[in-house]
Ligand binder design. Sequence first.
Ligand code: AMP
Length: 203
Amino acid sequence: MNTESSVSSIKSLCVYCGSNPGRQPVYATAARALAQALVRRNIRLVYGGASVGIMGVVADAVLQLGGEAVGVIPEALLRKEVAHHHLTELHVTKSMHERKMRMAELSDGFIALPGGIGTLEEIFEVWTWAQLGFHHKPCGLLNVAGYYDALAAFLDHTMTEQFVKPPHRSMLLVESDPEALVEKFFQYQPPVVTKWVEKDAEC
Ligand code: AMP
């Protein structure tokens, strides 16, 4: 994947989000607000290519506002007829792994709106890649109505227990307001830190 830091020019952002709408309308409202924040800055949406749940809401909102929405979907999900057929581009991949790699390559940063297992897996994967220095792009949670409060608290616990270094924890930005999160992405400076424990420190 492209290892360049692209914070100075964010042209495309990847949004991971639920294939379900969630229990409260506030999730769809936040998805539309995020779409607005992207289109206002001429940022292209990259996402999982589905028409369902919060995924469909964010893509529809971007398109309605005159922005560009690029979907990346594996063949298996395309066959299940959940694909959105009115996107600016729809990339079809052989596998989920290829799909996630393509989404990452097409994007200058990664945002998780509220979602389920797929959303969590996707944002954790790109955050892991950031920790390893495979890319230097910003990653963030859009903490709509406190959806990610418990997760953020647990992530602080992983730091307290010294499984995650503070600079690596700080790589995952958490904001409740879409505008503020996108603004933070533009300000993002990747921390200079190695994942690896120094040989001397191990003894
Ligand atoms: P989840 O959070 O479990 O609903 O999964 C949503 C995330 O996983 C999205 O960001 C997608 O990339 C992927 N995903 C899960 N289900 C689907 C689906 N039915 N169609 C397309 N992508 C999906």
